[in-house]
Design a protein around this ligand. Structure first.
Ligand SMILES: [Zn+2]
Length: 295
């Protein structure tokens, strides 16, 4: 198949990669995101095509919701003007190459299942615990997209009816309880003080403080992990997956909480399934975007 371009479009930067069908990265670079996005992106892609004339296709992962069949951005509020853009057809016309487009969390999930922690599992759910809580479901090597490209929005499953207000306008979504943002709130609520800085603990240090026995940090950890376990168990009830892969910024500290999460999930399991830590970091979206072209 030769070389494929994988492009991951985020709110502040765009990551480009040239990848072979085995997922090996041959070249990689990052540029800032600019508005209006489409003309800028097309210009950058045409330049890339001159540097790599033997590309067999271009895969694009982007913020927002994407109609994977038409490659049109169906919902995106942060990147002005991006919603409604027919990314696939416009870029196919401009480059003469096959172009596929999907949501960035779905692409990250595809990377983990095709090349990473979920390799070998036919049915996998991948969760990204970062600022928010994202997800992607890969069944038989394919992304489950849903009617609007909105499948896998794990962070907007309602966990607590009439709970905290969510960015989606509803109340009690799981993202308000299981995410880096949620950790920040829990740290304030439980008044977790980092003995080193004598100030409120940073989310990335929270689990270390809990391991060290700081009582307030332990109670944040307990609230966080028990909610997380419920989310995972609900996913099993609807998906019956064989494997859950967990990545994202919060999982950088997973050495300090992984086994405790497994303990909490275990009694909630309807049937056995595996839980794995993601192997890719920030490159997951770019790699998975490239894998959109590998059938
Ligand atoms: Zn929500």
């Amino acid at each position: 198949m030769g070389k494929i371009a994988g492009i991951d479009i985020g709110g502040t930067k765009i990551r480009f990669g040239i990848v072979n069908e085995l997922g090996e990265v041959l070249a990689e670079w990052t540029i800032p995101t600019k508005i209006p996005l489409y003309p800028y992106l097309e210009e950058q892609i045409l330049r890339m095509k001159m540097d790599f004339p033997d590309l067999s296709g271009i895969g694009i992962g982007t913020r927002g919701m994407v109609d994977a069949e038409t490659g049109v951005i169906t919902f995106e509020k942060e990147l002005e003007g991006w919603q409604g853009t027919a990314v696939k057809s416009q870029l196919e016309t401009a480059t003469g190459l096959r172009v596929e487009c999907n949501n960035d969390a779905n692409c990250a999930a595809l990377a983990e299942v095709q090349l990473g922690a979920g390799k070998g599992f036919r049915r996998a759910a991948c969760l990204t615990v970062g600022t928010g809580l994202g997800g992607g479901f890969i069944f038989d090597g394919r992304i489950m997209n849903g009617a609007n490209g909105g499948a896998g929005e794990v962070g907007h499953m309602i966990l607590y009816p009439n709970g905290l207000l969510c960015g989606c306008g509803r109340k009690g979504c799981s993202e308000q309880y299981v995410s880096g943002t949620a950790l920040r709130r829990l740290i304030r609520e439980e008044n977790v003080i980092d003995p080193e800085t004598r100030d409120l603990a940073m989310p990335q240090h929270l689990f270390r403080l809990a391991v060290d026995g700081v009582a307030s940090a332990i109670s944040v950890r307990e609230r966080f992990l028990s909610d997380f376990a419920i989310v995972i168990s609900s996913l099993q009830a609807v998906l019956d997956m064989e494997c859950v892969v967990i990545g994202g910024g919060v999982s950088d500290s997973a050495d300090d909480w992984w086994d405790l999460l497994l303990e909490r999930v275990e009694p909630l399991k309807l049937k056995p399934f595996e839980m794995r830590r993601a192997v890719f970091g920030n490159e997951a979206g770019m790699l998975g975007a490239a894998m959109l072209i590998v059938d």
